[in-house]
Design a protein. Structure first.
Length: 131
């Protein structure tokens, strides 16, 4: 919806920040995201897992983190794990997280093929086996 239709342009809005309820569809998210303490934790040096109820900002945080580290070239990248199903088996989530990690690493290497080709023959073979 255009900002003028809702009267938002009178308040200086160039776009409607309320157009999307799902943050993954909002192309303007980075323009008005308020950086909470959670972001500082997610960008810290240790691995972090983020859990929250629906609407708690997990997707927003993932998008922000992806954009923040877009040009990091291998230093850090977010891994999103959303289980396809639920199970009480001991290894269920561990296997799912490993698959998500392999998928994220594959997409990262596809974006920067020079990093993949800089790996040793054993390193490339190891990547192929995991994906």
């Amino acid at each position: 919806m255009e900002p003028a239709i809702r009267g938002l342009s009178a308040f200086g809005f160039a776009f409607d920040p309320f157009e999307y309820l799902d943050s993954t569809k909002d192309a303007h998210l980075q323009e008005y995201l308020i950086i909470p303490k959670t972001v500082e934790i997610a960008l810290s040096d240790q691995p972090v897992a983020i859990f929250a109820q629906p609407g708690g900002g997990k997707s927003e945080l993932r998008i922000y983190t992806e954009n923040f580290y877009k040009e990091s070239r291998g230093i850090r990248f977010p891994v999103t794990y959303v289980p396809d199903d639920y199970s009480t088996e001991n290894d269920f989530h561990f296997i799912g997280i490993k698959k998500s990690l392999a998928s994220a690493a594959f997409m990262y290497l596809a974006s920067y093929p020079d990093l993949f080709f800089a790996l040793s023959q054993i390193g490339r073979a190891s990547c192929r086996e995991r994906v």
